[in-house]
Ligand binder design. Structure first.
Ligand SMILES: [Fe+2]
Length: 451
């Protein structure tokens, strides 16, 4: 029998106006407030229910105990149920959390024993009998633990930490696009890092104009202001063309990128476990004809797949696809630990790894059936058709002076066939390092949406 004990907490008055929010803890009944005194509260605490399965023997050790928290968000009533283990794990007391380094202090070997509420048989309040206290004035919930520790959360902090499940499949900061909707490259001033960061997160592509194009020097200098190079066997920065094999000054690798053939949309570096995150292109010498750059919002294509064929979407989120780059006896790069579509812990799109050219022989795991393999191919083909749908792509003739930055986790690139000499320079940049600094330009409530 589940015993639901609703506290007798009264309905609180409106919490409009300003009050302290976030990060509040008390080892005693006296509250210690931290945080931004000027922030506006997002949630209004209404009540708490202790869920305690009395018939379950594990309940005696609080294995299955949870709190259902009733609150209002924009005046709409909501309920979120949180395990007491989670609450203990996220205690922000100085005992359990280092505020200087923002690191936990617990080694997690004894969480089950520590996450036990201390009942108070003498208490008159039904919640307090279970070791839970509500403080309406400060909008806080206090948990008394059997080991003597006390945890206090204010409602904003608790719900922000709990990170309510996303109700969209992409970040609210991202604007999915097709060639038709975007029409042209988003151009920003290089020096404006906030604008660069916001556009990069929003569209997955950003262009900077007016960059020197006599050689790759100005491009390299620009890149160094944005993020560290993501070094691979291609080295930090490269200048190459379709005639690189005959040139002493250009890098050459045995790859179709160094030819004048058309390349269908793809992401780079699928054969690396550490996939390059940001790709940079600068066309220093355009082809006599052709050689347009093709860009596809991979997240938009994947969302279309999710809507039209959820089974194929699911297959591509869980089938690990091997890729490799083999160059004689010199280079042997392989990666077979990721699916085509990677989701984050919210279930939102995190990365698309799509490169039909660089796929290694498909390996059947133990237990994989012929039907499973056919299912994968059907799913991959469905996505390939969406990726190559001309209406999805933005086709731009890159010109000297315009440097293009691409989120290689989201946006695919390709090119049309061309004739004549075509020279590019470019590099990969560290996406991790870039986002680490770019997040400061994102409102704090959305930072966890940038991954
Ligand atoms: Fe490429």
């Amino acid at each position: 029998m589940t015993s639901l004990i609703r506290s007798a907490v009264r309905r609180f008055g409106p919490t409009s106006g300003l009050r302290f929010s976030a990060r509040l803890y008390s080892e005693s009944a006296k509250s210690v407030r931290r945080g931004d005194a000027t922030s506006t509260s997002k949630y209004e605490l209404v009540g708490v229910v202790v869920n305690n399965d009395a018939n379950n023997s594990s309940a005696t050790t609080n294995e299955d105990v949870s709190l259902s928290i009733d609150y209002k968000a924009r005046n709409e009533p909501r309920r979120t149920t949180v395990s007491v283990k989670w609450l203990r794990d996220h205690c922000r007391s100085d005992t359990l959390y280092n505020w200087q380094t923002r690191q936990r202090k617990d080694d997690m070997t004894g969480l089950s024993g520590k996450a036990q509420l201390l009942p108070d048989a003498q208490a008159s309040d039904p919640l307090a009998k279970h070791g839970v206290l509500l403080h309406p004035d400060s909008q806080t919930i206090q948990l008394n633990w059997k080991d003597g520790h006390k945890t206090v959360f204010d409602i904003d902090t608790l719900l922000d930490l709990y990170h309510l499940p996303a109700d969209t499949d992409v970040s609210p900061l991202q604007q999915l696009w097709t060639g038709e909707s975007l029409k042209k490259l988003p151009v920003v001033e290089a020096a404006n890092s906030a604008e660069f960061a916001k556009n990069f997160v929003k569209y997955g592509i950003v262009a900077v104009e007016g960059v020197g194009h006599e050689n790759g020097a100005a491009t390299k200098a620009l890149c160094e202001t944005i993020a560290p190079f993501h070094t691979t066997f291609y080295e930090d920065f490269w200048v190459f063309s379709n005639q690189a094999q005959q040139s002493k000054d250009e890098q050459y690798h045995e790859d179709t990128a160094y030819s004048n053939e058309a390349l269908a949309p793809h992401t780079d570096g699928t054969y690396f476990e550490q996939t390059p995150g940001i790709q940079v292109f600068h066309c220093l010498h355009p082809a006599a004809s052709g050689g347009d750059t093709i860009l596809v919002d991979g997240f938009n294509a994947v969302r279309q797949l999710h809507l039209s064929n959820p089974h194929a979407f699911d297959v591509l989120t869980r089938t690990l696809v091997p890729h490799h780059y083999l160059e004689g006896e010199v280079i042997d790069a392989r990666c077979d630990v990721f699916p085509v579509i990677r989701l984050d812990s919210d279930g939102r799109l995190h990365q698309v790894r799509f490169n039909p050219y660089d796929r290694a022989p498909f390996k059947a795991r133990k237990g994989t059936t012929v039907s499973d393999i056919a299912d994968f191919y059907k799913s991959y083909e469905a996505l390939a058709r969406l990726m190559n749908d001309q209406s999805a792509s933005l086709r731009v003739p890159l010109r000297p002076g315009t440097v293009l930055f691409i989120d290689n986790y989201r946006v695919l690139h390709g090119r049309t066939a061309f004739s004549g000499y075509r020279q590019l320079c470019g590099c990969y940049l560290s996406r991790d390092a870039f986002l680490s600094k770019a997040r400061r330009h994102i409102p704090s409530v959305y930072r966890h949406d940038v991954s």
